[in-house]
Design a protein around this ligand. Structure first.
Ligand code: CTP
Ligand code: MG
Length: 254
């Protein structure tokens, strides 16, 4: 018997970046992940944000179904802040399907898997590290979240299209949180959720990966999110993202 403890394997965080959406709410044009911010595609900002985290060793980009080769070429043109293993796989018609296709490329030795929207290009590295650290500390699912600033109304479907929408309630805002990405998971928890819930209810309830793990009855915990992790969804978000980048250029020379 030896009294030398085995050397623990280095932590290996793998990130799946769903980037296969069209970006309908952003308006007509090229897919949202390929739109430029400060001259650089949104997707490249997102990959750089993930590669900046020191535990991240693998990044799996889920490209538009017919665009994997083009995305691979685009990523090869843009240097990353740290070396990572970079894979590009074609995505699906829903975000949930795209994440599932990304999970198929997950390395077996990953001890944390993060899922990060390409559409959140400016998430600070500290948020990513905090999520990964909470998973390494034992939480099966970790979500960055912020208090909501708007009051949220619960509604019923209007009787007829174009009619005023009936309000059915006002949930206590203090008990609501707006969630962001990267969301972090013990790999088995997310793999299990996708295996067991695949196809159930289509896109329903699947705007969020943690929601799938919740449905398995596993605990999901929150860590503080960040204002700069906002999702580029509508045209005004592009203006905000450019402003954040302009401020970073001044304050960090970045
Ligand atoms: N996504 C994906 N595959 C899909 C749909 C969405 O990988 N079939 C990705 C998007 O590329 C995005 C993330 O999921 O990075 C979050 O989705 P969202 O912001 O809704 O992006 P889109 O679906 O592209 O936008 P929209 O809903 O306005 O069309
Ligand atoms: Mg969408």
């Amino acid at each position: 018997m030896s009294d030398i403890a085995p050397v623990p394997a280095a932590p290996h965080t793998a990130v799946i970046i769903p980037a296969a959406g069209r970006g309908v709410r952003l308006g007509p044009g090229i897919p949202k992940a390929l739109r430029l911010l400060n001259g650089v595609p949104i997707l490249v900002h997102a990959v750089r944000a993930m590669a900046a985290a020191r535990s991240v060793a693998t990044v799996i980009v889920v490209a538009p179904p017919d665009g994997a080769e083009g995305v691979r070429a685009l990523l090869d043109e843009h240097p990353l802040p740290r070396p990572v293993a970079l894979h590009v796989v074609p995505g699906g018609t829903t975000r949930q399907e795209s994440v599932r296709l990304g999970l198929a490329a997950l390395p077996a030795d990953a001890d944390v898997v993060l899922v990060h929207d390409a559409a959140r290009p400016l998430v600070p590295v500290d948020t990513t590290e905090a999520v990964a650290a909470a998973v390494r500390d034992g939480a099966p699912a970790v979500v960055p979240a912020l208090p909501v600033t708007d009051t949220i109304k619960q509604i019923a479907a209007p009787a007829r299209e174009g009619e005023p929408v009936p309000v059915t309630g006002t949930p206590d805002r203090a008990l609501l949180r707006a969630v962001q990405t990267p969301q972090g998971f013990a790999p088995d928890a997310l793999l299990d959720a996708h295996r067991r819930l695949a196809g159930l209810g289509g896109e329903e309830g699947a705007t969020d990966d943690a929601g799938m793990v919740e449905r398995l009855g596993l605990p999901v915990v929150l860590v503080p999110g960040h204002e700069e992790a906002f999702k580029v969804t509508r045209p005004l978000d592009l203006v905000l993202a450019e402003a954040v980048l302009a401020r970073r250029r001044i304050t960090d020379g970045y």
